[in-house]
Design a protein around this ligand. Structure first.
Ligand code: MD3
Ligand code: FE
Length: 203
């Protein structure tokens, strides 16, 4: 891997094909227990194009009335989130440089039309911990900027198996997913992309 900026590390092809297949099987088990749901923007209730679920002690959720937050249960089933798969706990140990384990793993599913606007992740109380991200399935155009919305941005075409670590000075950078390139991977049964983000929420 290589450092793109202080705290910003890109590890292309971290997971080989067999490891990616094992991760997809583990995520299918998570989704069977905690189904993907349509997250909605605070106040407007506008649907996001990405579908989401979580695993771990806490999950990131959003809806019209209560907005962005972490909670211990699925917003539709009311059940606790399933455990974070061991492979992902091992990834966190290997790349995060952070002693405490992740509390949350957000699972984002992008169909070929889905995208995610430029934003910062700042719903976590513990901003000392990095965020670790894994891409699976079709490639995407990922954009990262600086800590101000108006800072210049750089784009990367992320592929299945790639890992990104956002820590230190890069923990609060703006980032987003501009597009999916359907048909660029054979990992998933259907076109689309899965992104997993491991986070610490509380200090
Ligand atoms: C940089 N997800 O869920 S992962 C998100 O591909 C999110 O699904 C995108 O942005 C996706 O919030 C991008 C990369 C990522 C995740 C968290 C970050 C980049 C980050 C937190 C801080 C800085
Ligand atoms: Fe984000």
């Amino acid at each position: 891997g290589h450092d793109l900026a202080p705290g910003l590390r890109y590890v292309p092809d971290h997971f080989d094909r067999a490891a990616q297949e094992a991760l997809v099987a583990a995520i299918r088990a998570v989704v069977a227990d905690a189904p993907l749901y349509v997250p909605r923007m605070p106040k407007t209730g506008k649907a996001m194009s990405v579908r989401m679920t979580n695993c771990g002690a806490l999950g990131w959720v959003t809806d019209k009335d209560n907005g962005y937050r972490y909670q211990p249960t699925h917003p539709e089933t009311g059940r606790p989130w399933p455990a974070i798969p061991q492979t992902l706990l091992g990834l966190w140990e290997a790349v995060s440089g952070f002693a405490k384990p992740p509390e949350a793993c957000l699972v984002n599913f992008y169909d070929p039309e889905a995208k995610m606007g430029l934003h910062q992740d700042r719903d976590e109380t513990d901003l000392a911990a990095p965020v670790v991200s894994v891409s699976l399935g079709d490639q995407c155009l990922f954009r990262v900027g600086g800590t101000s919305r108006s800072d210049p941005t750089r784009s990367f075409r992320l592929s299945s198996g790639d890992v990104f670590v956002f820590g230190g000075e890069s923990r609060l950078i703006f980032h987003g997913v501009d597009r999916i390139y359907p048909g660029t991977s054979t990992l998933l049964r259907n076109p689309g992309r899965i992104n997993l983000t491991l986070r610490r929420v509380n200090p």
